[in-house]
Write a protein that binds this ligand. Structure first.
Ligand code: ZN
Length: 429
């Protein structure tokens, strides 16, 4: 390679205003679940105009439902579009790479709680605010503009690179799984999720489940003869929190999480029930999310959840005869520990990222075990590909006034460009 690291970093700087404009436009597409297509259209056209060969397809449950890592969904997909841009090498002398990011964003919550409209990004100082700006549209921008910077210098990677913009990361991961099913493989993957320029050493898994309770309706005047399905949920939720505490006990922790008191979180995310203020509610359902350590089985977790709920329900005279029904839709995600990946390719990928990070950040690369999941598990667990998770600093992801640090985005773009140059090598365009 006859270009220096500082040349590559300057090329990122020269394009940075364009990168911010790309990010701004991408955030304006409100790519909530089921509404990702305009964002994917935008990304497709940006990829095509840069010479990528673009593959766009609709995720279909029938293609993936029998694969490991699949998460069940309640209804068949419609309009769930994945986009992959391939940049093929002429020489293929280097190591190939997947640059993966998800385009789906989580709901905004009441938008009056936001300082600015969530899909009208605003910049204040070094920060850009908007739903999805950190999680993870800035990462989609940094990966694309890392390649763009190399291209502006007359180079491209000396191995195939697949730029993936996937759907469904926030609820199942089935978008990334569909990329595997479609045959996309490489020597490593880099996912630019926003973890403050740390390398994610391990991530928990996530299980979603739904609990359905029946009650016996009566007029409240005779409430004593009825059974309140909403109030019956409270002790069941309490019992699930006790299970959560047991599973977080030091003896049960994965070593990457040994110092974290509470890596596995139970969240009761949604509750609905009843029909009328003066009727004892005859039904109640709640949706929950529970974490699981790398190496723990989802099957065992399901069994523990079910026995916990059955035991708690046995204490309720009505529920004892009408036990709760438990269903599973959404995340069935195993944990993944990159740090435990002993393949030489995993350590080589980490070394290449370390070198690039140190060059740009002027500091060593910190590792972080995270209490959320990412699509890294698909590559690492089911496709024999080491998966690096490394992206910019963001705040309030999934919250109000989500924002990303633009100087961090610049550094991650530079680091990614240096990483690509090191991992893939470069060839003249
Ligand atoms: Zn994310």
């Amino acid at each position: 390679m006859d270009i220096t690291t500082s040349t590559i970093r300057s090329a990122v700087d020269a394009l940075f205003d364009t990168e911010i404009a790309f990010l701004d436009e991408l955030v304006r597409h409100p790519s909530l679940r089921g509404r990702e297509s305009s964002a994917q259209d935008f990304i497709s056209s940006e990829l095509e105009s840069r010479g990528f060969s673009v593959d766009r397809w609709e995720v279909q449950t029938k293609d993936i439902e029998n694969l490991p890592g699949y998460s069940p969904v309640e209804e068949p997909y419609s309009g769930a579009l994945n986009v992959v841009g391939a940049l093929r090498s002429r020489t293929s002398t280097g190591r190939s790479l997947v640059l993966n990011g998800h385009v789906d964003v989580v709901p905004t919550g009441p938008s009056e709680m936001w300082k600015h409209s969530p899909f009208e990004p605003t910049i204040e100082g070094d920060w850009m605010t908007g739903r999805g700006v950190g999680d993870m549209k800035a990462g989609l921008a940094s990966s694309l503009f890392a390649l763009e910077a190399l291209s502006s210098l007359g180079y491209r990677p000396a191995a195939d690179v697949f730029y993936q913009s996937v759907v469904e990361e926030e609820c199942t991961g089935n978008g990334a799984l569909a990329c595997l099913q479609r045959g996309y493989r490489a020597d490593a993957a880099l996912i630019s999720e926003p973890f403050s320029e740390h390398l994610v050493s391990a991530q928990v898994g996530v299980l979603w489940f739904q609990v359905h309770l029946k009650g016996r309706p009566t007029h409240v005047a005779y409430a004593g003869t009825g059974s309140n399905a909403i109030e019956a949920a409270f002790p069941l939720i309490q019992a699930l929190h006790e299970l959560e505490a047991q599973r977080n006990a030091p003896a049960r922790r994965h070593r990457a999480f040994a110092e974290q008191e509470h890596a596995l979180n139970l969240n009761i995310g949604k509750i609905v029930g009843g029909d009328w203020a003066s009727s004892v509610p005859a039904w109640c359902s709640f949706d929950a999310r529970m974490g699981v350590f790398p190496g723990e089985s989802l099957e065992e977790l399901r069994a523990e959840i079910e026995s916990t709920l059955r035991a708690a329900a046995a204490g309720n005279p009505f529920l004892a005869g009408h036990p709760p029904e438990i269903t599973y839709f959404g995340f069935a995600a195993e944990g993944y520990s990159f740090a435990d990946d002993t393949r030489p390719s995993a350590r080589a990928a980490e070394d290449a990222l370390k070198k690039a990070h140190e060059e740009v950040a002027g500091a060593t690369l910190d590792r972080e075990a995270i209490t959320a999941t990412t699509d890294a598990r698909f590559f690492g667990l089911y496709a024999d590909m080491p998966a690096l998770v490394y992206g910019p600093r963001a705040e309030a992801i999934h919250g109000f006034d989500e924002r990303v640090d633009l100087e961090s985005v610049r550094r991650v773009t530079q680091t990614t460009a240096l990483f690509v140059a090191e991992w893939c090598g470069l060839e003249k365009k």
